[in-house]
Each structure stands twice: as structure tokens, then as C-alpha cells.
Design a protein around this ligand. Structure first.
Ligand SMILES: Cc1cc2nc3c(=O)[nH]c(=O)nc-3n(C[C@H](O)[C@H](O)[C@H](O)COP(=O)(O)O)c2cc1C
Ligand code: SF4
Length: 600
């Protein structure tokens, strides 16, 4: 083990800020992160052991306990659940004699659920040892259980299981014919930094990661900030449930992203860039790294790009399973080897970002569009879309639609148009920003997708008339409980309380008091949370409660307060042991349970 660890540490120049990447390599080599390995990493990097442990324990995809030769994680997004993922996971656990989340006694396999894996257009899906398996069926589960029991290596599993499709259903600018390599760079270098910034300003480009911040304002602030060096960071963390457009852009238009990052680097004066790739997209990593090497060899990346004296290189940093790392300051913490906890802002990354230096963090789609703007000009871009939302938006459409996939639409189209194109016109509700944004009812489908009306990061999840929307709220509450980073109390406690309240309603013990409590949590968390996760964690749930009150009313067991804990049910085992089912052995209030148990 020592030689392996030493080689890994050397490969990363023993730099503590590379800790997340070091831990990935250690886990790949050893199957998990044993205490001796963490101690060796601490010695090798010079960080205190507690700090190394803090990072290892923070991320869901790091195992500080043995996790098995086969580590299976079913995507637990609501769209996967609608497609039967919970039943498939239960089936696999039964066949392998396993409890979810526990390692099998022979140390062979563990099966668990994980937050949305970004494959919602081809679910139910799972990750096995980090590799994506799409379109799961009961037959595949049967076969998979057999392959695991027989210890068949993943490379010998049916190859078609691992096929991840890029389902591009509508193309406009970005997804249209790719631009020939070098064209964007030549145009950008001929404009120069100020020229590029001018085109970005004219284009009116706004960030596609959700907040819609002006790209020009961000780049200008970074360029003007004092610093020894500057960085360009591409946010490819894409953890919002129901979003998978960045996966498709990375897979189908990676050159456009590289071009866009080069353009950004030229504009702000950076020579180093990072792509923060979510761990769930690890299956893309090798291919993306290969393409970066090809670009370097072709003089389109690295030193002296196109012979014009412009140096800029890109490194891919792999995340480790934490939705919060999509938040830009948490992402930077993670890039620096730490747990992904959002920083206190100001100062903002544009002045104090990666390693304390001016840094821009932009979404994949924003950067790819910036490359096109450098080539075709800001005026051209401004001519598409609406006055405050120029250009196009790439949408990930999933759920109850005939044609799930990626739709690139000009800003300003109505939701009804998108639903008609995707084959989901009979929807009763649609979430437009994943689990973290509003939920629109059918009466609102004439609203337009643009920053002036329905702003969206691109996650459109569609719920047909047959769905119980309570399940959506319940799934979202658990998602946020799991993903809260725990840094601030309103979110850490609020997301847990919320999940428990929805559990209580799901278990048939809800009362109007609980609905009021959920609303109280919504107001409290929105005002008091430290970052966007806590501020938005209850938005969709509150919207569902407002727009579909009957869905929640149906879950109320009593007009009076009921405790979540069912004491009478808990006593049933004692009654069985003592052979009693008389009134004295029951709580007074629970006559129904008494009648049930009395039945022969
Ligand atoms: C909890 C949380 C998760 C986020 N996840 C992402 C993400 O996966 N991808 C992304 O581009 N932005 C995400 N953001 C927004 C980023 O913080 C940041 O605003 C964005 O990357 C800026 O890029 P843009 O200006 O190009 O939109 C997230 C924000 C929050 C609060
Ligand atoms: S709001 Fe939630 S995710 Fe954000 S810092 Fe607080 S605990 Fe962490």
C-alpha cells in the first residue's frame, strides 16, 4: 500500500489543495479510504489528519468504510421513481440478500440510492462502480444480480447497458452544426481582450446556471480585480434534479466549451482553467481528457495557442457527489481540497476566488455560448430571444413526456410549446428549475421561458395527470435533507424537519398543524439560510401546496395534532408476546388498531 500511496502523492506533487483528486486516486487503488491511507495522505500533504478526514467524510462518493467490490447506486430522482427505480432497487436487494446501504456479509456488494445522476431521459438508471447503466428493467436486475454473484468484471457485462445517449430533440445555435476547431480562437484573438468583452456586453449574455447574472459584468470585474493570476472555472457540477443538458453539451459539444473557456481566459487574463465535473459524469472523463490532449497537440490549447503567444490550459477536476458543490464558492472550496461549504460573501470569487485570486465561475452552456458570440458577434446573438433574455436556452425535459431529451429553444417560447414538442401536453404540473424552483400548474403553461417571466436553469420535469404530486414534494424534501451541507442551522435543521413532516403525512399521521409547520419552515429557511440551497429548498414544495391543496388535504388523518410516533403500533409486538388484544392493552385513542388486531 505504501508504494501505491507514495506514487499517488507524487503524481499530485503532494499538494494539499489537490486533496479531492488524491482521495479519488487512493479510493480507485484500494477500493475505499482506510484510516492508514488517510493518515499517509495527511503526512504526505502536510495537512492535519482531521482536515483530511473532514474532506473524506464530507463527500457521498468517498467511502471511509469498505463498500464492496460492486458498489451500486440507484438514481433516486422523482423521475426515476416514477419509472420504477424504488421497486428495482428493492428487487436487487432481495436477490442479493442485502439491506439497502449495507455491505453484504461477504464484502462483495452494496446497493444504495443516490441523488439524481443526470440521466433522467433514460432512467431508471444507476451507477455501478461509477459507471452509468441506463434503462434498467426487472430483467436487467435479474441478470445483474447473477453477474455480481458470479463476480463477473464490469468490462464483461453487456456493453449496451452502459450506453448513454445524447437525445438531442431540438437544435438552434449551440447544438446546430459544430464550428470547425480553431475558428472561434482566431476570431477571439483578432478581437483581443477588450474586443471580446465588448462583444459579450453587446450580446447581453446572462449566466445559464440559474441566477442569470450578466456575463460581461462578471468577466469585467474579474479582469479589473487586483491579483497575481486569474482563473476560469467551468461549473459542470450539474446536480439539480432533472438537469442533464450539461452532460449532453460535454459529450456532444465539448469543443465549443473549450473554445468558450479560451475566450473567457483571453477576456479576463487567465492562463489556467478548471472544469469541475460532477462525479456522476465520470464515465465522460477519459474521453474529455483525450480531447484536451488532442487540442494541445493541434496548438488549440496550452502554450502559445495558434502561435499567437496566448497561453491557457484546462484541467478537469472530478467532484465527489455533493450537490452543494454546484454553488460557486462551495465549488471553489472543493477545488482547493476542502469540504464543499459555501463561503461567506462578499468577497465574491471575481475578486477572491480559487487560491484567493480573481476567478470567474460560469456554467457549461454560458461558456459555450460565449465562444459563439466571439465568432459571430454580440449583435447577432442579441437578435435572438427577448429584450432581457438574448439567445437560446438548452432545456432538459423529462418525466411524463413522449420524447424526453434536450431541447434548445429561443428565449421567449411558452411552456405549452415545449410540452407540445416533447409530447407532454396533458401535464398537470411542471417544475421549471428542478427541485429548487417553482412548480407551475396547467393554467400557467402559457408563461414564457425567459428571465422576464419563468427563469430556468434548464430542468423541466413534467408530471402527468396520473401522478400524485405529494410524492414529488416528498422526494424533494428528502433530496434537500440529504444535500444540505450542514454549515448553517436554519437549513441543516429545517431540511430535516421538513423531510420528517412530509414522512408523517406520507405515513397517514398528518394534521393541518403539520401543513402549517411546513409553511413556517419555508418562510424561516428562505430568510435565514446562508446560501441558495437553503433559500430555495422549500420553494417547489410551497408552490405545490398552494396550487394543489387537495393533494395535501388528502393526506390529513385527523383535524387534531397527531404525534409522528405511533405509540400504539409500537406496542403491538408486546401485545403479541403477551397474547393480549383487549382494550386495556391499547392506547385509548386507538380503537381502529384494536379492531384490526382483534380480527382472526
Ligand atoms: C445549491 C446550488 C447549486 C448550484 N448548482 C449549479 C450547477 O450545478 N451548475 C451551475 O452552473 N450553477 C449552479 N449553481 C449556480 C452557481 O452558484 C453559479 O451562480 C453559476 O455557476 C454561475 O454561472 P453562470 O453565471 O454562467 O450561470 C448552483 C447554485 C446553488 C445555490
Ligand atoms: S443553506 Fe444549507 S447548504 Fe447552504 S450553507 Fe447553509 S446548510 Fe449549507
Amino acid at each position: 500500500m505504501t508504494a501505491t500511496l507514495e506514487a499517488i502523492l507524487d503524481r499530485h506533487a503532494r499538494q494539499a489543495h489537490r486533496l479531492v483528486q488524491i482521495l479519488h486516486d487512493v479510493q480507485d487503488a484500494l477500493g475505499w479510504l482506510p484510516p492508514e491511507a488517510l493518515a499517509a495522505v495527511a503526512r504526505g500533504t502536510g495537512w492535519p489528519l482531521a482536515r483530511v478526514q473532514g474532506t473524506a467524510n464530507f463527500y457521498s462518493f468517498f467511502h471511509t468504510q469498505p463498500a464492496g467490490e460492486y458498489r451500486v447506486r440507484f438514481s433516486d430522482n422523482i423521475t426515476d421513481r416514477m419509472a420504477g427505480s424504488a421497486e428495482l432497487m428493492a428487487q436487487l436487494c432481495r436477490q442479493l440478500w442485502l439491506e439497502p446501504g449495507k455491505l453484504s456479509e461477504d464484502g462483495l456488494v452494496s446497493v444504495d440510492a443516490t441523488s439524481c445522476t443526470g440521466l433522467c431521459d433514460q432512467g431508471p438508471d444507476l451507477l455501478v462502480n461509477g459507471r452509468a447503466v441506463t434503462r434498467m428493467t426487472p430483467q436487467r436486475v435479474d441478470e445483474m444480480a447473477g453477474l455480481i454473484r458470479e463476480r463477473v468484471p464490469l468490462d464483461a457485462w453487456p456493453a449496451d447497458w452502459f450506453v448513454v445517449e445524447d437525445r438531442i430533440c431540438r437544435r438552434e445555435l449551440l447544438l446546430d452544426d459544430p464550428v470547425a476547431p480553431g475558428k472561434v480562437l482566431r476570431a477571439a484573438l483578432s478581437h483581443g481582450a477588450e474586443g471580446v468583452l465588448g462583444e459579450i456586453l453587446r450580446s447581453g449574455l446572462r449566466g445559464r446556471g440559474g441566477a442569470g447574472f450578466s456575463t460581461h459584468a462578471k468577466w469585467r470585474a474579474c479582469r479589473d480585480a487586483p491579483g497575481q493570476t486569474r482563473y476560469v472555472v467551468c461549473n459542470a457540477d450539474e446536480g439539480e434534479p432533472g438537469t442533464f443538458k450539461d452532460r449532453v453539451l460535454l459529450s456532444s459539444r465539448f469543443d465549443a466549451l473549450i473554445d468558450g473557456m479560451c475566450v473567457a481566459a483571453l477576456a479576463v487574463g487567465a492562463s489556467q482553467g478548471f472544469i469541475y465535473l460532477r462525479a456522476e459524469y465520470r464515465f465522460l472523463l477519459e474521453r474529455l481528457r483525450r480531447r484536451l490532449s488532442q487540442r494541445r497537440a493541434a496548438g488549440l490549447l496550452g502554450r502559445n495557442i495558434l502561435g499567437k503567444g496566448f497561453d491557457f490550459d484546462i484541467e478537469i477536476h472530478l467532484g465527489a457527489g455533493a450537490y452543494i458543490c454546484g454553488e460557486e464558492s462551495a465549488l471553489i472550496e472543493s477545488l482547493e481540497g476542502k469540504p464543499g461549504k459555501p463561503r461567506i460573501r462578499p468577497p465574491f470569487p471575481v475578486t477572491h476566488g480559487y487560491m484567493g485570486q480573481p476567478t470567474i465561475v460560469n456554467n457549461v452552456e454560458t461558456l459555450a455560448l460565449a465562444g459563439l458570440i466571439a465568432l459571430r458577434g454580440g449583435e447577432w446573438f442579441r437578435g435572438i430571444g427577448t429584450p432581457a433574455s438574448s439567445g437560446t436556452k438548452v432545456l432538459s425535459v423529462s418525466g411524463d413526456v413522449a420524447r424526453p431529451g434536450i431541447y434548445e429553444v429561443p428565449f421567449g417560447v411558452t411552456l405549452a410549446e415545449v410540452l407540445a414538442e416533447a409530447g407532454g401536453s396533458d401535464a398537470q404540473a411542471v417544475t421549471t428549475a428542478g427541485a429548487a424552483g417553482p412548480c407551475l400548474a396547467a393554467s400557467e403553461f402559457d408563461r414564457r421561458i425567459c428571465f422576464e417571466d419563468v427563469a430556468t436553469g434548464g430542468s423541466i420535469m413534467v408530471f402527468g395527470p396520473q401522478r400524485d404530486l405529494f410524492d414529488v414534494a416528498h422526494n424533494f424534501a428528502h433530496f434537500f435533507q440529504h444535500e444540505s451541507c450542514g454549515f448553517c442551522t436554519p437549513c441543516r435543521v429545517g431540511t430535516s424537519v421538513n423531510a420528517r413532516l412530509l414522512d408523517k403525512l406520507a405515513n397517514g399521521r398528518g394534521s393541518p398543524y403539520d401543513l402549517d409547520e411546513i409553511r413556517r419552515m419555508h418562510h424561516l429557511m428562505q430568510g435565514a439560510s446562508h446560501c441558495g440551497l437553503g433559500n430555495t429548498a422549500t420553494v417547489a414544495i410551497a408552490d405545490l401546496m398552494d396550487k394543489f391543496p387537495a393533494t395535501f388535504q388528502r393526506r390529513l388523518a385527523t383535524p387534531d395534532y397527531e404525534p409522528a410516533f405511533d405509540l400504539d403500533a409500537a406496542l403491538s409486538q408486546a401485545r403479541q408476546l403477551t397474547g393480549r388484544s383487549d382494550a386495556g392493552a391499547h392506547l385509548q385513542s386507538n380503537q381502529a388498531a384494536m379492531a384490526r388486531e382483534a380480527r382472526p
